[in-house]
Ligand binder design. Structure first.
Ligand code: BES
Ligand code: MN
Ligand code: ZN
Length: 493
């Protein structure tokens, strides 16, 4: 990762300098000073390049003096609507324009945003990640050159401390991305579980792995049914972080869908885009990354994370449409489509979590339905909840972190849609309407109430088909920052 150091504003500037401007070319105070010392070169560069200061617009001024190699002016948009995530995205955007090993961020304090220079640096670090471990010839693209980032700030000592917590969060996000990007021949349930042992256990997370035998003894027929067509055995990983050992309150729980590959099974998916189904474990990946962050920053909270891991494959031993399976809860499920497998894995994982931990709150993350992508696109993840307060909290955390949520309804009518003629429930709605909602209704049947529960359908947000402001195309790491913000609300003061 890029190393970030802090320095006072008073240090003389040289090398590559990044400054900011709001819309209508209003340079920040430090940028104005620089402009003055450069005899108006920044003002002229903005005018010549037609730069107006819109969010994520960039203007480059090359070699204005013998000491200054380059000034990068980044647009922040309108000051009145600027948020921490706008600043992060501008940072990510500035990063893609750098071709040097070292740069100075020269941003000024803002009245409505606590530490814009830290948000900016966070955005740069997030955008700098790349998945190139399998390239034997590394891309020569300059984007990977940046090694040191110097950041001007009012109080360097304090900033260094505050930024440490940002770095823990970033490390969690990048851990999730690295897992999600991993191909399914490398990341399968057993290797995923091993990774938890290797990465999280040394940080103080208690890691428990339930293998196929144990799942059979427990009676997790739904999870086992999904995995039975694959040569890879399923697994359930239980993560536990207890940052408040003296406090015996019930834990907060996170459950992740971890399909290391979803071919659809006997109801095979079409060829186009099937390779992307390596990211069907992004829910479990987000829970994994979250626990890395919680452990690194020694969060004062009792949290459990449950990863439901399986591979959905067609074969002679695969589950068939028409099969009836018995879940851990005792309820039976009529399988109508083997591609609606995520809810089956979650049915057992959710019931297990409720039964064993009786959590205060329970949040599951899953790349559950294509319908959520039709409904909300890639800007919002779907939120479903049986608890007003939890839903409100989550939406607020989403707005704060930029990992935004949009709530969708749950009602008895939608619930009726999954009643089965031959079993207790079926894994597909009759009407074919509101597919994301009927999926959420299915999950709700495996929540042991009373527990405040929320389901996040991240099928549209976990993976991006084009480069975004904070991530190159592929895995986004969605959910880690959102849930880290939520956990902070539950932490002991
Ligand atoms: N993993 C998919 C959902 C998905 C779609 C994730 C696009 C990421 C991007 C899920 O298991 C699935 O196949 N859902 C089906 C459900 C249908 C058969 C009821 C879908 O959405 O088509
Ligand atoms: Mn599927
Ligand atoms: Zn799936």
């Amino acid at each position: 990762m890029i190393s970030v150091t802090f320095q006072p504003y008073s240090v003389a500037y040289s090398g590559t300098i990044i400054v900011s401007a709001f819309e209508d070319r209003t340079l920040s105070a430090s940028a104005k000073k620089l402009d003055l010392s450069l005899k108006g070169a920044l003002t002229r560069a903005m005018a010549t390049q037609g730069f107006s200061g819109k969010a994520q617009e960039v203007c480059l001024l090359l070699a204005p003096t013998a000491d200054i190699d380059q000034v990068v002016i980044v647009g922040l948009g309108k000051e009145s609507t600027c948020t921490p995530s706008c600043i992060e995205e501008s940072g990510g955007c500035a990063f893609t324009h750098l071709h040097v090993q070292e740069a100075l961020v020269l941003l000024d304090p803002l009245s409505n945003i606590p530490h814009p220079e830290l948000s900016f640096a966070e955005g740069m670090l997030l955008r700098s990640w790349a998945f190139d471990k399998y390239r034997t010839v590394k891309p020569t693209k300059a984007r990977q050159k940046l090694e040191t980032l110097r950041v001007a700030t009012a109080n360097p000592g304090a900033a260094q401390k505050t930024f440490a917590s940002c770095e823990y969060r970033i490390q969690g996000v990048l851990e999730t991305r690295a897992l999600v990007a991993e191909p399914a021949n490398v990341l399968f349930p057993a290797s995923f579980a091993t990774r938890a042992q290797e990465v999280l256990a040394p940080l103080g997370v208690h890691v428990e792995i339930l293998g196929k035998k144990k799942l059979e003894q427990l009676g997790m027929g739904a999870l086992l049914g999904v995995a039975q067509g694959s040569t890879h055995d399923p697994s359930l990983v239980v993560l536990e972080w207890n940052g408040t050992p003296k406090n015996k309150t019930a834990p907060i729980a996170f459950v992740g869908k971890g399909l290391t590959f979803d071919s659809g099974g006997i109801d095979l998916k079409p060829q186009k885009g099937m390779e992307e189904m390596i990211h069907d474990m992004a829910g479990a990946g987000a829970v994994f990354g979250l626990f890395k962050t919680l452990a690194l920053r020694k969060a004062r909270v009792h949290a459990v994370g449950i990863l439901g891991l399986a591979e959905n494959m067609p074969s002679g031993s695969a589950q068939r449409p028409g099969d009836i399976v018995k879940t851990l809860s005792g309820k039976t499920v009529h399988i109508l489509n083997t591609d609606a497998e995520g809810r089956l894995v979650l049915a057992d994982a959710l019931w297990y979590t409720c039964d064993r931990f009786k959590p205060r709150i329970l949040i599951d993350l899953a790349t559950l339905t294509g319908s959520i992508v039709s409904a909300l696109g890639t800007e919002f993840a779907g939120l479903f909840s049986n608890d007003e307060q939890l839903a409100t909290h989550l939406i607020a955390c989403g707005n704060k972190t930029g990992e935004k949520l949009w709530r969708l309804p749950m009602t008895e009518k939608f619930d009726k849609d999954i009643d089965s003629d031959v079993a207790d429930v079926k894994n597909l709605g009759t009407s074919g309407e509101g597919g994301s909602i009927t999926a959420a209704q299915f999950l709700k049947r495996f929540i042991k109430e009373p527990v405040a529960w929320a389901h996040l359908d991240i099928a549209g947000t976990a993976w991006t088909r084009k480069d975004s402001a904070l991530a190159p195309k592929g895995a986004t790491g969605f959910g880690v920052r959102l849930l880290d913000a939520l956990v902070q609300e539950y932490e002991a003061a």
